[in-house]
Design a protein around this ligand. Structure first.
Ligand SMILES: Nc1nc2c(ncn2[C@@H]2O[C@H](COP(=O)(O)OP(=O)(O)O)[C@@H](O)[C@H]2O)c(=O)[nH]1
Ligand SMILES: [Mg+2]
Length: 214
């Protein structure tokens, strides 16, 4: 079983094994590094998705939404750590960080909320053009979030179906995954897909400084 083993700062989550053993130092030094950038309409659940994923590995850690979140996971292949640096692109007062989030990304997650048709419309009208502008031909994973609301009988929203989400994904050449940051359903699958696509990227892995001063 995986579990927390060390953390450096408020945004960094490192995991090891619940029996208390720590990853081999030599292997740690040769950790693989991949950058995942997350975009999408405000309120679609980007920050919640990152927080939920981090909580699977380090349940008590707070995520600082102004900084990238780093999660290290042991890879299945050879026990080396895969360091996922996750950039959650913010709107509003933090939008000036957006240009920092795109360079050297290995995979992009575009998030929309299945209870918000506008957020899906913006996938093709805003986010896909912006991503291709900054990143060219990069792997994209389209993520339909808030699927828990589909079963909410009080909700009066019109929902995006799996088929429609998948169709938009096909249109922009992306993979399609659905999740709920509230229940955790599908969260692991989102990042498994992201990590898989990031590992397929031929781009040379370039590390960035660990802190962003805003
Ligand atoms: N029901 C439901 N609410 C969610 C889900 N993910 C996020 N939210 C809520 O949606 C709101 C916006 O989430 P946030 O992560 O801040 O969105 P961001 O602006 O894209 O980062 C918050 O009130 C969250 O609690 C989800 O999967 N299901
Ligand atoms: Mg946010």
């Amino acid at each position: 079983m995986l579990g927390p083993w060390r953390s450096h700062n408020t945004t960094e989550t490192r995991i090891g094994f619940t029996d208390g053993s720590q990853p081999n130092r030599q292997l740690h030094r040769s950790a693989l590094y991949r950058k995942i950038t997350i975009v999408g309409n405000g309120y679609s659940g980007k920050t919640s998705i990152v927080a939920k994923y981090a909580s699977l590995y380090y349940p008590t850690k707070d995520i600082n939404p102004t900084q990238p979140c780093t999660i290290e996971i042991p890879t299945y292949a050879d026990g080396r750590l895969l360091e996922l640096r996750i950039w959650d692109v913010h709107g509003g007062e933090f939008s000036r960080l957006t240009p920092l989030a795109y360079p050297n990304a290995h995979v992009i997650l575009i998030i929309f909320a299945v209870n918000c048709l506008d957020s899906l419309d913006n996938v093709e009208e805003k986010w896909y053009p912006e991503v291709t502008h900054f990143c060219g031909n990069i792997h994209i994973v389209l993520v339909g979030n808030k699927i828990d609301l589909r079963t909410d009988t009080c909700s009066k929203s019109e929902f995006v179906s799996f088929e429609v989400g998948e169709c938009v994904a096909r249109h922009i050449g992306a993979d399609y995954v659905e999740c709920s940051a509230v229940t955790g359903s599908g969260i692991q699958a989102v990042f498994d897909m992201a990590a898989k696509r990031a590992m397929e990227s031929q781009k040379v892995a370039q590390r960035h400084k660990r802190c962003v001063i805003v």
